[in-house]
Write a protein that binds this ligand. Structure first.
Ligand SMILES: [Zn+2]
Length: 164
């Protein structure tokens, strides 16, 4: 095996192994969705994936899409971000490099943090009796946009209070 496998080949092999190990069928849909997931960079919602499959003229029901996404999460091929927004956000697991995100408590907007210190800290954590699949850190707070809006709201509330 001199040639290096592409990311698609690597994840297809991983999915195949997972499906065999769990006695699940290797359907065309599952592999097509996996391919689409790994073509997407950054976070996505189920609706985005539905659009992607439509653009590719690949017919897949919403139920199949949902169940396949769950399979990919369980197979450690996809992160389900634990955000409190209405629809869940997903992201492919490309490598085992640590990732960090900041999330706004108010609008649930998510941005990737590119902090070397955080990455180095996370990378140095290597437990003995625990096999890490991926390393993710979330930092919660209020984004600048919401901060401005909330301040405005507060000022307005103070002003109307004075009037009465
Ligand atoms: Zn916000």
């Amino acid at each position: 095996m001199g040639e290096k496998m592409t990311i698609h080949e690597v994840v297809e092999q991983r999915l195949r192994q997972y499906l065999i190990a769990n006695g699940m069928r290797q359907t065309k849909e599952r592999f097509a969705i996996l391919r689409a997931v790994y073509d997407l960079e950054g976070t996505f919602r189920i609706e985005d994936m539905e659009q992607t499959m439509q653009n590719r003229r690949f017919r897949v029901s919403r139920a199949t899409l949902y169940s396949t996404i769950q399979v990919l999460v369980q197979a450690n091929l996809l992160i389900r971000h634990p955000f409190s927004s209405a629809s869940a956000m997903y992201e492919r697991i490309v490598d085992d490099r640590p990732r960090s995100y900041q999330i706004c408590n108010n609008c649930h907007h998510i941005t990737r943090i590119k902090s070397k210190d955080l990455a180095v800290g996370l990378d140095s954590y290597r437990p003995r009796s625990f096999t890490i699949s991926h390393r993710v850190v979330y930092v919660y707070g209020i984004c600048a946009k919401c901060n401005r809006a909330l301040r405005k709201q507060y000022k307005h509330a103070l002003a109307t209070k004075k009037d009465t």
